[in-house]
Design a protein around this ligand. Structure first.
Ligand code: COA
Length: 378
């Protein structure tokens, strides 16, 4: 991935070109080997007036191959990864390039908020003024009402994820914060202050997914493999759901991914989950089966999800501190998890025994979700 942050001087295509360069260099694979490109982007029409981004992504990566853009809001490149994996598993391709890019800071926060709101139901939510901080604040307030919990509990999620990003050179914020900083920050939408929110970010991510046969034939060092992939959907609008205190699209995506990989929640050593707002990490931990519903609110304050906890979560810094260029996020979770598992991430040493990692990438208010399981194979 590129560093996430403010890159006003680069277009999304340039950012993706850089991420792809890094992927090719890392993998030691020629551009000619790529048989298909799967690319995630959500708000290119708003930010750059640019649609039709499949071929543009291939061109930016220096690849001549069929190329398709995936839109699943903030899960766009998670979906791109999943369909890339399926192309390789089906035998249709030996090498695919997957990834995503987003440019968000070249437009104002107000314009970006408007663009992101297109991931909600345009007729019933966005038209009534619902924004993403607003929608997730409804989830948080309802969670507090049903299960209990406080702003302070959520603050621990932000503090943890900022801590994890402290030495991550690719993270947007490498800055320690404490619970008071979170509680005293400017209010965005109650109960969220500034530090409960992921930021507006520019950035891109890319990965090369190859078949086992190709890796063997080329003698590639590919110690991490995708063993499970799952995806599911839910009603786009919150009011059409039976409850808003859980996220069934994530539970169902996880069930499919676990079955695919032949593992369960207890087998997961590290997780990257979609913490676009602090409550989202809590809901993800529950949907993925790590916690019963209504019980993950203390996970960060108890230390269970910190770097030295039982289930280190968001060791990259998560969306909160690593940044969240929405179309790039899903594949960035995969690139960070891969490095964490193979031992060349700044936080790898702390989880040296980790062998199974999980990525949870959500679109909108988890109306879509992709879950991926990665395992060390060599
Ligand atoms: N966390 C920590 N710091 C943040 C931040 C965040 N989420 N967002 C901005 N900042 C910092 C900036 O770096 C800047 O710091 P500086 O003054 O030291 O340079 C300062 O806060 C002001 O930044 P600015 O961009 O002017 O903030 P803003 O008020 O315009 O926007 C939010 C802040 C939280 C409203 C905006 O980032 C946002 O809308 N986030 C949610 C994005 C979203 O919905 N994504 C999709 C999820 S589903």
């Amino acid at each position: 991935m590129t560093p996430f942050g403010r890159h006003e001087e680069y277009t999304a295509r340039e950012l993706f070109g850089t991420a792809a360069d890094r992927a090719f260099e890392d993998a030691g694979i020629s551009r000619e080997s790529v048989e298909e490109v799967f690319f995630g982007n959500f708000m290119g029409e708003f930010a750059e007036e640019q649609g039709h981004q499949g071929p543009l992504a291939a061109e930016a990566a220096g690849v001549s191959a069929p190329a398709t853009r995936f839109d699943s809001a903030c899960a766009s490149s998670g979906a791109a990864v999943r369909y890339g994996v399926q192309a390789v598993r089906s035998g249709r391709a030996d090498v695919v390039l997957v990834g995503g890019a987003e440019r968000m800071t070249n437009i104002s926060t107000a314009e970006g908020t408007h663009a992101l709101a297109a991931a909600a139901d345009a007729l019933w939510e966005a038209r009534a003024g619902v924004t993403f901080p607003g929608a997730y604040s409804l989830l948080a307030n309802r969670y507090f009402h049903v299960h209990g919990g406080s702003r302070e509990d959520l603050a621990h999620v932000a503090v943890k994820n900022h801590d994890h990003a402290l030495d991550n050179p690719l993270a947007q914020f490498q800055q320690a914060i404490d619970v008071d900083d979170v509680l005293e920050a400017p209010m965005v939408c109650s109960p969220f202050g500034l530090y409960d929110c992921s930021p507006m970010s520019d950035g891109a991510s890319a990965a090369l997914i190859v078949s086992e046969e190709f890796a063997e034939k080329q003698s590639l060092a590919a110690p991490v493999t995708v063993t499970g992939t799952g995806q599911h959907s839910d009603s786009l609008a919150l009011h059409d759901r039976e409850t808003i205190t859980n996220t069934p699209a994530a539970s169902r995506a996880a069930a499919v991914a676990y079955e695919d990989a032949g593992v369960g929640p207890d087998d997961i050593d590290i997780a990257e989950v979609h913490d676009c707002f602090t409550i989202a990490e809590v809901l993800a931990l529950e949907a993925l089966g790590f916690y019963e519903e209504g019980t993950a609110i203390d996970a960060a304050s108890d230390g269970a999800t910190t770097i030295d906890g039982e289930l280190p979560t968001n060791l990259s810094g998560g969306l909160k501190a690593k940044g969240h260029p929405v179309g790039a996020t899903g594949c960035a979770q995969i690139t960070e998890l891969t490095k964490l598992l193979r031992g060349d991430h700044v936080n790898s040493k702390a989880v040296a025994d980790a062998e199974v990692g999980l990525a949870h990438n959500a679109g909108g208010t988890v109306a879509s979700c992709v879950v991926t399981v990665l395992e060390v194979v060599a």
